[in-house]
Write a protein that binds this ligand. Structure first.
Ligand code: GLU
Length: 450
């Protein structure tokens, strides 16, 4: 490893000892960058790496809300404006009880490179709260969102920072957040958030975009391998918005999604979750219920449920972890390899521990694709929503879909080309890190030292 790269990783480990997720993503990204740094001594001279691992700014705020019994609760809100070199900060808000500064920072860091890969002018940011939506009523969610935005609104804006959804924040929450923003600002402000409803500036295909984009990416890689997506079986984890988009597109493409998972365990549907619209749409109902469990699916459709287990021992052609970070550890990775899986595609942000990821990448013949590329279609369509809002126009679903499809093809190509340029072969993981980094590093370099 290049000595400068190694020294920056060591700095981050020493400085952020209590932030394991942040250290993990920095190690993962930077360990791909040695050949680029070797070729660009000017980046060392301008100390690009120590600068890129430091958020431009990050703040926390108090969010107090009153439950349905009149009892006040206090949560912490976060926004990390990580890197704005190529455009306004852009990234989701996550509401989940295990949200910490480390989680927000890892997500913000990933977002920098993901957003660069979309080819659109968006910088990296992320935010959220340790608020747990599980079991909350509609009114409690609304009051929480209003209180959260009352604290956040002064830091965001259409040219400054454009938040969106992430885990625990879907169309409903975006509506409440946007409503409060508009109440406070008294103007449209180009919609300021993305993932809005279609009646007030949301983009067609945004709800499906992450899942659709992941499937377009998969189809593109399969094409490179001379294979067809039709008839492929896919094991996924999660059952949220992203899983829903994957199932919907799998249905169109003739692929079969056979698993879903939640905190309670996983379900196996040999016919395919993607076999009927009723099943696919039931995912939305499960998520909106705030019960946060997949047992409901097993009961409704009479398929096996495996309590407390993850779906990684299931035989499938493609594995797509689509739930949350560190979902796949080394023991699961070994099961995946034993099952002879060729395609391991991350969809959730950082779903694989570094140990498991390195193990999978080292398997001859296995193709591993990184989340920051595979799931970039979501934020990519968010950038298209920003474009529509600033032009006061509405594009059709077909127009958005054509652009999303092209964006995903370009991401696969840019990643493959970047890896090729540095003699790494068809390495989509290193290629995505290199292609994303080069764009942001060059922008930082040209803007001078600060
Ligand atoms: N939270 C999503 C992500 O991880 C979407 C962000 C956005 O649309 O701004 O990329």
């Amino acid at each position: 490893m290049n000595a400068y790269v190694a020294s920056v990783i060591e700095n981050v480990k020493a400085k952020h000892a209590s932030e394991p997720e942040f250290i993990q993503t920095v190690e993962e990204v930077l360990s791909s960058l040695s050949p680029v740094i070797d070729a660009h001594p000017e980046y060392v001279k301008a100390d690009i790496l120590n600068r890129i691992v430091e958020p431009e700014r990050m703040f926390t705020f108090r969010v107090v809300w009153v439950d349905d019994n009149g009892v006040p609760h206090t949560n912490t809100g976060y926004r990390c404006q990580f890197n704005g070199a190529i455009g306004p900060y852009k990234g989701g808000l996550r509401f989940q009880k295990n949200v910490t500064p480390s989680v927000i920072k890892f997500l913000g860091f990933e977002q920098i490179f993901k957003n660069a890969l979309t080819g659109l002018p968006i910088g990296g940011g992320k935010g959220g709260s340790d608020f747990d939506p599980t079991g909350k009523s509609e009114n409690e969610i609304m009051r929480f969102c209003q209180s959260f935005m009352t604290a956040l609104y002064r830091y965001i804006g259409p040219d400054t920072d454009v938040p969106a959804g992430d885990m625990g924040v879907g169309g409903r929450e975006i509506g409440y957040l946007y409503g409060q923003y508009r109440r406070l600002k008294g103007s449209f402000e180009n919609g300021v958030l993305t993932g809005k409803g279609f009646t007030y500036g949301g983009s067609r295909t945004r709800p499906e975009a992450t899942g659709y984009g992941a499937m377009y990416y998969l189809a593109e890689v399969l094409k490179h391998e001379g294979e067809d997506i039709k008839g492929k079986t896919i094991a996924i984890s999660g059952f949220g918005n992203v899983a829903w988009g994957i199932c919907k597109k799998a249905m169109h493409m003739g692929a079969k999604v056979i698993t879903l998972s939640g905190p309670d365990g996983y379900i196996l549907d040999p016919e395919g979750v993607s076999s009927s619209e009723e099943k696919v749409d039931y995912l939305l109902e499960m998520r909106a219920s705030n019960r946060n469990r997949v047992l409901d699916y097993a009961e409704k459709f009479g398929v096996p449920f495996f309590p407390g287990e993850k779906p990684w021992g299931v035989k499938a052609d493609v594995i797509m972890p689509s739930a949350m970070q560190n979902d796949v550890h080394l023991d699961s990775a070994k099961k995946i390899v034993e099952n002879g899986v060729k395609y391991y595609f991350e969809v959730a942000n950082m779903p694989t521990t570094n140990e498991a990821l390195n193990y999978l990448r080292a398997q001859p013949g296995m193709i591993v694709a990184p989340s920051k590329a595979v799931n970039a279609g979501g934020v990519g369509v968010s950038a298209l929503e920003m474009a529509q809002n600033s032009e006061h126009l509405v594009w059709s679903a077909e127009e958005v879909d054509v652009q999303l499809h092209r964006m995903m093809e370009n991401i696969v190509k840019a990643s493959a080309d970047a890896a090729e340029e540095y003699g790494l072969g068809y390495d989509l993981v290193a290629g995505a890190n290199i292609a994303g980094f080069k764009k942001v590093a060059q922008a930082m370099y040209e803007q001078g030292i600060f």
